[in-house]
Design a protein around this ligand. Structure first.
Ligand SMILES: Nc1ncnc2c1ncn2[C@@H]1O[C@H](COP(=O)(O)OP(=O)(O)O)[C@@H](O)[C@H]1O
Ligand SMILES: [Mg+2]
Length: 317
């Protein structure tokens, strides 16, 4: 099996708020550290990864930002991808005007999957750096593209768009590129899938749903599931029984006992949920909850190191 970082595209998805952008950024740092020219692509108008590394966000979607020697980021906005494409068909209207027009809304409704497939065509182009007949080698192309995909449902709409999308063009460049998108997404040597989850009932259910849909739509498996924000098991049973025996006359002692028990119960609930993932024979990697007000570059680097060990890329794995 081709190691994850040696593929061209890694798709990161999961439930809203579980840490997809954080994990995508950390994977980007990891790949760049290992010498790969890496691009992290967010979906939507805004970019969040530059700020994590203390770099100002560009004013527009679609602009590549250099974050370090080997790491860049950009965002792809599906609405804009469709507007740009419509405009390239020959309209004089600017993409901005098109976006707010009734025609655009009509188009979105009439051609399901168009925005998504055009976004994926952009992703495909970013992954292409091999010599091809009739195509000049792009020397600045990336070794690896990491797609910080939207939450599961929307991510699946992107991933299955080559199939959904049938209206726009059956022949011509778009049809050909759509097939190339499918080829990439279905090829285990060139693409990989990372699910980000948390130790909660809902996030685990969504991960299992994602696993099933990936199988159905693309005949692919999840390469790894990140159990993000995992709480440490601070106390073993012996310690807990000692805690239970502490005198509880003082309010401060009472709250300390309550806090110790609460943390223990939460960590245990999380572990039970993470165990549900492991029972499905998924490759589960725990990333600890980092206790700090907001994650920064140092935090991201430490998550990158955690992923490096978990993916078996270091000797201490
Ligand atoms: N391992 C972690 N420890 C602590 N906070 C985290 C961790 N992972 C993510 N977060 C925080 O959780 C919030 C959501 O993370 P984010 O990566 O933006 O999620 P998503 O992209 O899935 O919506 C952010 O505030 C982020 O800093
Ligand atoms: Mg995000």
């Amino acid at each position: 099996m081709t190691p994850l970082l040696q593929r061209k595209l890694i798709v990161v998805t999961g439930k809203g708020g579980v840490g997809k952008t954080t994990i995508s950024g950390a994977l980007g740092l990891l790949a760049a550290r290992r010498g790969l020219r890496t691009l992290v692509v967010e979906v939507g108008e805004r970019q969040h990864i530059p700020a994590l590394l203390d770099i100002p966000e560009p004013s527009q979607a679609g602009i590549e930002v250099s974050l370090s020697d080997s790491l860049s980021s950009m965002s792809i906005d599906p609405d804009r991808a469709l507007a740009d494409w419509l405009r390239a068909l020959g309209g004089r209207v600017s993409s901005r005007v098109l976006l707010s027009s009734a025609t655009f809304q009509y188009f979105v409704a009439a051609a399901p999957g168009a925005r998504e497939v055009l976004s994926m065509v952009k992703v495909l182009e970013l992954t292409e750096n091999e010599d091809k007949p009739g195509r000049k080698r792009n020397r600045d192309a990336y070794d690896l593209v990491i797609l910080d995909a939207p939450a599961t449902g929307h991510a699946l709409a992107l991933l299955s768009s080559p199939r959904t999308f049938t209206g726009l063009a059956r022949v011509g460049p778009i049809a050909a590129q759509t097939r190339l998108v499918s080829d990439l997404l279905e090829d285990p040597e060139r693409s990989g899938y990372v699910a980000v989850a948390q130790g909660s009932e809902m996030a685990v259910a969504e991960t299992l749903e994602l696993r099933d849909r990936l199988r159905e739509e693309l005949d692919r498996e999840l390469d790894v599931v990140i159990a993000n924000g995992a709480l440490p098991r601070r106390f073993d049973e012996h310690e807990l029984s000692k805690v239970a025996k502490l005198g509880a006359e003082h309010p401060a002692t009472r709250s300390a006992i309550a806090a110790a028990n609460a943390v223990h119960v939460r960590a245990r609930m999380q572990n039970n949920q993470i165990a549900r993932l492991r029972r499905q024979q998924l490759h589960v990697l725990r990333v600890p909850f980092l206790f700090m007000p907001g994650l920064d570059a140092t935090a991201l680097q430490s998550i990158a190191s955690r992923l490096e060990r978990g993916l078996g890329l270091t000797e201490s794995a």
